[in-house]
Design a protein around this ligand. Structure first.
Ligand code: FES
Ligand code: FES
Length: 161
């Protein structure tokens, strides 16, 4: 077992993990932050995306021990301080960017990372950035629309679907 300490959603946490414990499992099972979903465990679906030191990372591709000392943000840390949905989350709701919701935490975390590095992405740039996030329900259209709206851009040119 290895001792690990990190900051998760602004709070210091520490515990013992096995060397093979994935960050996704540590967040879900040890910290009970089950908003980080596991859809594949093989780095394909993007349901497990969190931010590690400000970068979007698939939490199933990283060992918890590798996050030693890191600043980690999960979907549970994304709401506004008063508990209301943040701009991206609200845009997903307003533009029907989710159906079953399984992919949504990873989509929101990826969208937040995208808008951090590119505050006004084009539709093509959004689609390109979300290449590592799979959604089996929405056909992506309304997710792209939600992210465009969250970036403050006019979505009226994107047809309703
Ligand atoms: S669970 Fe991590 S990419 Fe699918
Ligand atoms: S909303 Fe169901 S997988 Fe995306």
């Amino acid at each position: 077992m290895t001792q690990v300490s990190m900051t998760v959603n602004g709070k210091p946490v520490s515990g013992e993990v096995e060397g093979r414990t994935l960050l996704a499992d540590y967040l879900r099972e040890d910290l009970r932050l089950t908003g980080t979903h596991i859809g594949c465990d093989t780095s394909q679906c993007g349901a497990c995306v969190v931010h590690v030191n400000g970068k979007a990372v698939k939490a199933c591709t990283m060992f918890a021990a590798e996050a030693e000392g890191a600043e980690v943000t999960t979907i549970e840390g994304m709401a506004n301080p008063d508990g209301s949905l943040n701009t991206i989350q609200q845009a997903f709701q307003d533009h029907h960017g989710l159906q079953c919701g399984f992919c949504t935490p990873g989509m929101v975390m990826s969208a937040a990372a995208l808008l951090e590095e590119n505050p006004k992405p084009t539709e093509a740039e959004i689609r390109d950035y979300l290449e590592g996030n799979i959604c089996r329900c929405t056909g992506y259209h309304n997710i792209v629309k939600a992210i465009m709206a969250a970036s403050g851009q006019d979505v009226s040119a994107i047809a309703a679907e």
